[in-house]
Design a protein around this ligand. Structure first.
Ligand SMILES: C[S@@+](CC[C@H](N)C(=O)[O-])C[C@H]1O[C@@H](n2cnc3c(N)ncnc32)[C@H](O)[C@@H]1O
Length: 183
């Protein structure tokens, strides 16, 4: 199969699991296409992670910044979005200005596998299982005990969630939110 065909297949698979038609998938330079988490899922991800004042949230593959911006608006917490696509980083920065949280958030155009994520107290993920598996040793090395890692739809292979729940989606697919804790 050509690279193009592989990417098309992956977009199809991702969209089906994201809830066919509820989001638009855009392929970027990374391993995972851009599909936005829904507001309902973002709300539950942050509640399940027990976000509180003083937390520092890292969204790995932050897309247009929705998770980090929501956390800054609702909880007043600082956040860092790591995103490989420069256009999405610019969109996230501009969204942060519109929502007046630019002083709390930072969006970096960077490959997630080259980033120091050690300042995080909460990590959010909406990435495919292979990506999560590749990121796992980095998280194990860098994250402090007590850090919460919350993943939308895709598990982190080799870790056991301390909590998992369904969030109502479209008629095709309900979403899953999984919480892990670094020990
Ligand atoms: C499914 S979207 C999630 C967007 C956002 N976190 C949300 O939940 O709304 C995945 C994002 O990861 C980005 N991405 C893929 N590979 C990446 C990498 N190696 N480093 C940083 N970002 C990456 C994609 O460009 C895309 O925007």
């Amino acid at each position: 199969m050509t690279q193009f065909a592989i990417k098309l297949t992956l977009i199809f698979v991702f969209l089906c699991f994201a809830g066919c038609g509820s989001s638009v998938a855009v392929w970027t330079d990374g391993e995972v296409p851009f599909v936005r988490s829904t507001p309902e899922v973002i709300e539950r991800m942050l509640e399940v992670a027990r976000v509180k004042p003083g937390d520092v949230i890292y969204d790995i593959g932050s897309g247009d910044g929705a998770i980090i911006i929501y956390a800054a608006k609702k909880y007043g917490v600082k956040g860092v979005g790591i995103e490989i696509d420069q256009g999405l980083v610019e969109r996230a920065r501009s969204n942060a200005y519109v929502e007046k949280v630019q002083h709390l958030v930072e969006f970096r155009a960077q490959d997630a596998f080259t980033v120091d994520i050690s300042p995080a107290t909460v990590v959010t993920l909406y990435m495919l299982p292979e990506f999560n598996a590749k990121l796992r040793p980095i998280m194990e090395r860098q994250l402090k005990p007590g850090t919460r890692v919350v993943s939308h739809d895709y598990p982190i292979e080799g870790w056991t969630p301390v909590h998992a729940e369904q969030v109502r989606g479209t008629f095709v697919h309900d979403h899953t939110v999984m919480l892990y804790e670094i020990r």
